[in-house]
Design a binder for this molecule. Structure first.
Ligand code: PLP
Length: 378
């Protein structure tokens, strides 16, 4: 019987050789490979912009979101609007400040935050909107930016899934005040663990760079090179969020193939969708003015739990994205979220199943998955 894991990172000799090089150099932590990865990621993200942009690497998207919220000055008692259909990290970072995550329901088709429901959630305490580009499909950014402007709010994008994605020809990473990416093992560019924040704002970039390493005025890389000096000053109350050259070596190799890997996932998605249209399986819908990274391919069926078990028996790994934030006991208890306030997210959660989608899946694998999904879906 076939064994198809839910996810497998695409690792070639190129990744392995660069990692070996990073290890052999003896530096190991944040150093030349990390600086190079940051620069190449910045150049990739801002290549079509005529303004200068910045990229700040760190050890996770969670860390990037935390650094971003600190950079815009989030304070205790503030409120931040996030979709309920997200990984807990998006809401969790808000709580680090003693601020409150205010949850927004989602659209049935895209599983993204429903922009028509945002204004009702805004109070005098609202400071930020964090749109999450679910599965890689960009949110309705024009509408979100318009609301943010009207109420003087910051927009920090959770783009953990959205590399590379486009909204109306614009690369994700070049729209909101700060955009945060994830390089976790399952993501479209993987360094094992890792993250990046991009912004046009030099002050934010400086603050995030400083706070990713204890609020020290200069990175370790500056201090320990021959040209450097032992002297440094702590100028802010920071964190230990820097990444390592071993992780960044993986990132450098992966970044080169990020477009090619998207193309491979796009081919798989097209195959799935053409097989599922007109069946009991509802395929994902992508709005015509945007391009998804296809980090996730999420179908909706009436027998999600049964289908999950059947596919498991057939050697196919699947997953569910996400258990909505308002259903997690800690969050429910602490913030008194009411289940009935999120009818669409509840419906989507009951029906959703994420299928394998990654570059090393071959045609046979995809045919096998389609066959078994159609056999068991109700
Ligand atoms: C939507 C979303 N935001 C944030 C994160 C956190 O990313 P990381 O694991 O890099 O901290 C994830 C991780 O899965 C995610 O799916």
């Amino acid at each position: 019987m076939k064994q198809i894991p839910f996810h497998k990172a695409y690792i070639t000799d190129e990744e392995i050789n660069l990692v070996v090089e990073a290890i052999k150099s003896g530096w190991l932590t944040m150093g030349p490979k990390t600086i190079e990865f940051e620069e190449k990621f910045r150049d990739y993200t801002f290549k079509e912009e005529n303004k200068k942009g910045y990229a700040v690497s760190c050890n996770s998207c969670t860390a990037a979101l935390h650094l971003a919220l600190k950079a815009i000055g989030l304070k205790s008692g503030d409120e931040v609007i996030v979709p309920t259909n997200t990984f807990i990290a998006t809401a969790e970072v808000v709580t680090y400040f003693g601020a409150k995550p205010v949850l927004c329901d989602i659209e049935e088709d895209t599983h993204n935050m429903d922009v028509s429901k945002i204004e009702n959630l805004i109070t005098k305490k609202t400071k930020v909107i964090i749109p999450v580009h679910f599965g890689g499909q960009p949110c309705d950014m024009d509408e979100i930016l318009k609301i943010a402007k009207k109420y003087n709010l910051y927009v920090i994008e959770d783009a953990a899934h959205a590399l590379p994605s486009k909204y109306k020809e614009k690369i994700i990473g070049t729209i909101g005040d700060i955009t945060c990416f994830s390089f976790y093992a399952t993501k479209t560019l993987s360094t094992g663990e890792g993250g990046m924040a991009t912004t046009f704002n030099e002050e934010y970039a400086k603050m995030m760079k400083c706070n990713r390493l204890h609020g020290i005025s200069r990175d370790a890389w500056d201090r320990y090179t021959i040209k450097g000096s032992w002297y440094y000053e702590v100028i802010d109350n920071g964190f230990k969020y820097n990444t390592t050259d071993i992780n960044s070596a993986l990132g450098l190799a992966q970044l080169k193939k990020v477009e090619w890997m998207r193309k491979k996932r796009d081919e798989i998605a097209k195959k799935y969708t053409s097989a599922f249209i007109g069946t009991k399986v509802t395929p994902p819908k992508i709005k015509s003015d945007r391009e998804t990274s296809w980090h996730l391919y999420v179908i909706k069926v009436n027998n999600r739990d049964e289908l999950y078990e059947k596919l498991k028996e057939e050697g196919i790994g699947t997953s569910v994205h996400f258990i909505p934030v308002h259903k997690h006991p800690y969050y429910k208890k602490t913030y008194r979220y009411k289940n009935e306030d999120y009818p669409v997210a509840n419906y989507v959660y009951e029906k959703s199943l994420s299928l394998p989608i990654y570059p090393s899946l071959d045609d046979d694998d995809v045919d096998y998955i389609i066959d078994r999904v159609l056999k068991y879906a109700k």
